[in-house]
Design a protein around this ligand. Structure first.
Ligand code: PBG
Length: 335
């Protein structure tokens, strides 16, 4: 694009900012409730419905609480919710078989929501960490995170979720080859319309800390996730991962975390032009909320500005813990 800029005063950039009406007309990007995916924590362990201490305003929901969240999403016009289980430590094993149990809590919740609120799309998390005694996303043998054996488990997990009624599978594990394996398994099992939103460019980030508190993984995790999640110093590798996952059949791709990686979002959208999402992760939410609680930042303004940044960076949508609060404001005062 060649900028045409006659010299001052023929060009006065402030002219188009001089009233709310002109600012509206000149606005390049819009943020809508329809751009939001709402992540929620669900649990059948006692102690639900209390706030996660590092995530003010976010609770772990029991069965009824999860159903109410889906209803709230429907009322607010949020198109999708994403379920993350907090699992009883007693069911976590090294072989992770609870992950593909059709009767695990997540799958029960999926079935119930699909019966009550079918218009809300349900996204799931595919990774073994909620069910793994050592907190990793993959099977661990002799300290090594196994790739191919893990992919077999992830396929079983995805099939159980699809069977329960999941609309969007969200593999967040970063194993190689899982998108193709999941796609093939879905086609073979008759789940042609179950979509895959690949956590394709997921970084080994310290911003996941509050999430690990929320799902009870903080104490369990041995070591770090650097052999499967990406090095935060890399950008070209993210594009290779996105290309790879698209080639294997991903319908949508994600960059995660969000705000520190907006450059990646922009490059992904420009390069591939596919449905692109960012995850404004727990630590991003926590740091904004901490400043809000101190009276240092304005909740509504920083929330909407941070969400708009994803649209400007090229994202079609955002997973955000702010989703319901943002939806309430956007309905009153669309942006
Ligand atoms: C794990 C998973 C994580 C998140 C989503 N799925 C954490 C991790 O990789 O350790 C993080 C989400 C957030 O921080 O909000 N499969």
């Amino acid at each position: 694009m060649t900028p045409i800029l006659p010299p001052f005063p023929r060009t006065r950039m402030r002219r188009m900012r001089s009233s709310a009406a002109l600012r509206d007309l000149a606005q390049e990007h819009r943020l809508s409730t329809k751009d939001l995916i709402w992540p929620i924590f669900v649990t059948d362990v006692a102690g639900a419905n209390v706030e996660v201490s590092s995530m003010p305003g976010v609770v772990r929901r029991d069965f009824d609480g999860a159903l109410r969240a889906a209803e709230e999403a429907a009322e607010l016009g949020i198109p999708a919710i994403c379920l993350f289980p907090y699992t009883d430590p007693a069911v976590k094993t090294e072989s992770c078989e609870a992950a593909w149990d059709p009767e695990n809590f997540t799958n029960k919740v999926i079935r119930a929501i699909k019966e009550r609120t079918p218009e809300v799309a349900i996204m799931t998390d595919i990774a073994l960490d909620p069910y793994n005694a050592n907190g990793h996303d993959g099977l661990v043998r002799d300290g090594i995170i196994l790739n191919d054996e893990t992919v077999e488990c992830l396929v079983k997990m995805g099939l159980a979720q699809a069977e329960a009624g999941a609309d969007i599978l969200g593999p967040s594990d970063m194993m190689d080859g899982r998108i193709g394996a999941l796609r093939d398994a879905m086609e073979a099992a008759g789940h042609q319309n179950v979509t895959i939103l690949s956590y394709a460019a997921k970084y080994a980030s310290a911003f996941y800390g509050p999430f690990r508190d929320a799902v009870g993984a903080t104490g369990a995790l041995k070591g770090d996730k650097k052999t499967y999640q990406m090095n935060p110093a890399n950008a070209n590798e993210a594009l290779r991962l996105i290309a790879r996952d698209l080639t294997e059949g991903a319908d949508m791709v994600m960059v995660k975390p969000g705000m520190p990686y907006l450059d990646i979002c922009t490059r992904v959208k420009a390069e591939f032009g596919v449905p692109t999402y960012a995850y404004q992760v727990s630590g991003e939410y926590a740091m904004l909320m901490a400043a809000v609680q101190n009276g240092w930042l304005d909740h509504d303004k920083v929330m909407l500005e941070s969400l708009m940044a994803f649209r400007r960076a090229g994202c079609d949508g955002v997973l955000s813990y702010f989703a319901p609060a943002a939806a309430r404001l956007l309905r009153a005062d669309g942006l």
